[in-house]
Design a protein around this ligand. Sequence first.
Ligand code: SAM
Length: 215
Amino acid sequence: MVSREEKRLHMVSSQLVKRGIKDERVLEAMRKVPRHLFVSESVREYAYRDGPLSIGEGQTISQPYMVAFMTECLNLRGDETVLEIGTGSGYQTAILAELAGAVYTIERIAVLSEKAQKVLCQAGYNNIQFKLGDGTYGCSEKGPFDGIIVTAGAPEISQVLVDQLKDGGRMVIPVGTRYSQSLCRVTRNKGGIVKEESILCVFVPLIGDHGWKNN
Ligand code: SAM
C-alpha cells in the first residue's frame, strides 16, 4: 500500500516540479505539510490528487499546483509578514507559515475558520493569527505586509488591499468574473503598481464589501 508520505512526494514531483515550480523552499514545504489533515475523512483518500476538493460550506481547498504557483509568486525568504484572505481549510495558511515569519489569515465563514484553527494549532504552528470577517478590508492594523495572497476570485484589484502592501510588497490575486479569472501578481512600486497576469484559474468568489456583493 502506498503511504500518504509517498503520495505527497509523488504529488510534488508529478504535479509541481513537472509543471515548472522551481522554488526549492516552496517544494520542501509542500513535501512536508500533510494536506490530508486539512480535508474531511470522506475525501481524505483524494487529498493528493491533482485538483481542488470540497471542504464544505460550498468552498474548496485549492489544487496543489495552484497553491504552489501562488506561493512561488510571493517569493518568500523567511522573515516576511503575510496576509492571506480566505483561510478555507487552512492548508495554504500552513504552507505560508512554513515560509514566512508571520501570517495573518482572514475567513468569513466561522465554521471553516474554527476548523482550520484547530488543525493548525494541533500541527504546532505558532506564527499564525486568525481573524473572522470580511477580508476585502484587509487587516490594516497589522500591516503593511510584504505579501498578500487572496485565495478567492475578485472582480478587480482592490486599492484597499494595495494600500496595505509595503513598497516592493507583492499581492497575488485571481481577478475576473465570478466563474473564471486570471491570476495577477501586483507589486507595489513607489505608490504605484506593476501588474503581471499569468495563468487562468477558477476560484470561488471573494464575497464582501470590496468584492462580489453576495453569494
Ligand atoms: N486557501 C484555502 C485553502 O487552502 O483551503 C482556499 C480557500 S477557498 C478557495 C476560498 C475561501 O475564501 C473560502 O473559504 C471562502 O469562504 C473565503 N472567502 C470568500 N470571500 C471572503 C472574504 N471576503 N473574506 C474572507 N474570506 C473569504
